[in-house]
Unconditional design. Structure first.
Length: 267
């Protein structure tokens, strides 16, 4: 360690400044270093039901939340959730700057994201869906000629739609929204004719808003969701993988899946 000696006056200023500095509250639990002592801090982007959203009391709940709670239990800590823009999550910035320990945001594992994040084993198989107001005639992207199609920005759904529109030279205006809630509102208020997004998320919306929208078709994109940690955080990554493996083995995963997603597929 290098030592520097300061004049008395300068040292006094330094001591006063130190009183205003951010306190280091990091700690170790279960052999894993966490950004805050006694807690595993999760970065997510709300709302994204059934994976994470606020209940009537304002508490954040959901499929992802329940699974990370298992990790917290293993480490002997509690889970604290930070709602933050998705861009900071998928870019790795939030993890790199110590905003959180783990990212749990219904996030698809991609090769591009693997460059800046370390993903745990996949915990959910996902697919995309075309969603329209009930009674609308659209059955495919091609049916939306001359129409506006909504997607959530910075997502694999957005990437898929833009790729298909370009590949098939479709006359479709793709409109990106900052979050799922804005996209859903745009659809139900007629600002767009259709929307594309993760099927389980829209299925949750259908259950809560019966008769308002329908899903005429799905797109099997082969996507899988994964929790992510900071590059090189091998201890936390192992803890997450151990928890997921144990939950799938002892039936806990299936119970959580049924509670938040619905009956688990048999194949």
């Amino acid at each position: 360690m290098r030592r520097y000696f300061l004049p008395a006056a300068a040292a006094a200023v330094l001591l006063i400044s130190a009183g205003c500095a951010k306190e280091d509250t990091s700690g170790e639990s279960g052999g894993v270093t966490l950004v805050k002592s006694g807690a595993i801090t999760t970065c997510t982007h709300l709302p994204y039901a059934p994976f994470q959203s606020k209940d009537a009391s304002g508490k954040v709940v959901g499929f992802d939340v329940a699974l990370v709670d298992l990790v917290a239990k293993k480490l002997g800590v509690t889970q604290e959730i930070v709602d933050t823009p998705f861009e900071g999550i998928k870019s790795g910035q939030d993890l790199n700057t110590g905003k959180c320990d783990i990212a749990a945001a219904g996030m698809t594992i991609t090769d591009e994201r693997k460059k800046v994040l370390d993903f745990a084993d996949p915990y959910f198989d996902a697919t995309q869906a075309l969603v329209v107001l009930t009674g609308k005639p659209y059955k495919s992207l091609a049916d939306l000629k001359g129409k506006r199609l909504g997607v959530q920005g910075d997502t694999t759904g957005e990437a898929y739609v833009k790729e298909q529109v370009a590949k098939d030279k479709l006359d479709v205006e793709v409109v990106s929204y900052k979050d799922l809630g804005s996209e859903q509102q745009a659809l139900t208020t007629g600002q767009i004719e259709a929307a594309v997004g993760d099927l389980p998320v829209w299925n949750d919306y259908l259950k809560k808003n019966p008769g308002k929208v329908e899903v005429p078709t799905g797109f099997d994109t082969g996507e899988q969701y994964g929790f992510a940690v900071k590059k090189g955080n091998a201890d936390l990554l192992k803890a997450v993988n151990d928890v997921l493996a144990a939950a799938k083995s002892d039936g806990t995963y299936d119970k959580i899946y049924t509670e938040w997603i619905g009956p688990k597929p048999t194949s």
